[in-house]
Write a protein of this length. Structure first.
Length: 333
């Protein structure tokens, strides 16, 4: 929860800039590609790059690329508010999409799902104008105020019912349209403004896991790091189901449980351990592997891949030719 509050606080400080960049990107995506640049334009861009103005623009571009995000999950990840993604800080990994959850939709047994920001902004404008005061009978017989939502989905609209203290909102779509926001059927999907944590008497395993994860993130955001541990893997990381980042995450949960059992509250509240995965194998390509791949028979490829990802790593490390390559890969993570 503290990570979400930190992201929201940073967003509000730069709200005008971020919304401007987001809507510009959304407009460019809606317009589609504008065509490939001509050869003359390419030469002009190359010439401009050598000019003082071009060098200054390049420096600005570099600064833009190196912009720092909002640290989350104990400093292991950062959130880029402009590009709306979360990325690992200390290792290479996939970016995770980040949504500013302002309006949520509920469907069946699923959790409340955040709506796209372009739809959420239109709902927010309708909310602040108290659109439910303009209710009228709809073709379905419901006494509600209709708000047509502009976007890529034809016929998408919201229906607001009730009074100031009892208003409700429903997301619906005309029979002629199809929704790509959330899967819809029946009369519509109930909407909610703002996030509310689940307080069910019997939480599911996913809810318990998420609650535990949020407690750990809150703890890491408050307690300073006093010890740093680099987790270096052994053989087998080239296998499909091997993931050092997940393994370190599980190890982090185990150490947290042990700390709760054996450390005092003062010890836990004044220092913590930061575990960083060191993935050195997946980015390392040895020359001998290429030769092995060329002579691998299709009938035994599965067995060969398993041996290459496990036992061969031991042989490579024992070889004077490849041992230094492995050591260099670990040192240059």
């Amino acid at each position: 929860m503290r990570d979400s509050l930190a992201i929201e606080a940073s967003f509000l400080q730069r709200e005008e800039e971020l919304l401007s960049n987001w809507w510009k990107e959304y407009a460019e995506c809606s317009e589609g590609p504008v065509g490939r640049p001509t050869i003359s334009k390419k030469f002009n861009s190359l010439e401009n790059a050598d000019s003082p103005e071009g060098r200054r623009a390049g420096q600005l571009h570099e600064v833009e690329e190196e912009r720092e995000g909002v640290p989350v999950k104990g400093g292991l990840y950062e959130v880029d508010l402009v590009k709306r993604h979360c990325f690992p800080v200390y290792w290479n990994g996939e970016n995770r999409r980040v949504l500013r959850g302002h309006w949520f939709a509920y469907k069946g047994g699923l959790d409340w799902l955040p709506l796209r920001e372009d739809v959420a902004e239109q709902l927010e404008i309708a909310y602040h104008s108290q659109v439910w005061h303009r209710r009228m009978f709809q073709p379905s017989g419901l006494f509600a105020a209709r708000v047509d939502l502009q976007g890529s989905t034809l016929g998408l609209h919201a229906l607001f019912t009730g009074e100031d203290d009892t208003w409700e909102a429903w997301l619906s779509i005309d029979a002629s349209g199809f929704s790509n926001i959330v899967s819809m059927s029946g009369n519509g999907i109930k909407l909610r403004r703002g996030y509310s944590a689940s307080h069910s008497a019997k939480p599911t395993q996913d809810e318990l896991r998420q609650r535990k994860e949020e407690e750990m993130d809150d703890y890491c955001s408050q307690v300073p790091v006093q010890h740093l541990v680099f987790m270096v893997h052994g053989i087998g990381q080239r296998l499909e189901k091997s993931n050092l980042v997940d393994d370190v995450g599980n190890f982090r949960h185990i150490t947290m449980s042990l700390a709760e059992q054996h450390l005092t509250s003062h010890q836990r509240g004044t220092q913590r351990v930061l575990f960083i995965p060191c993935q050195w194998r997946k980015g390392l390509k040895l020359s001998g592997e290429t030769a092995v791949e060329k002579i691998t028979v299709d009938g035994v490829r599965g067995l060969r891949v398993m041996l290459s990802a496990t036992a061969h790593d031991v042989l490579y490390y024992m070889s004077p030719i490849y041992c230094q390559d492995i050591i260099n890969s670990v040192l240059h993570i």
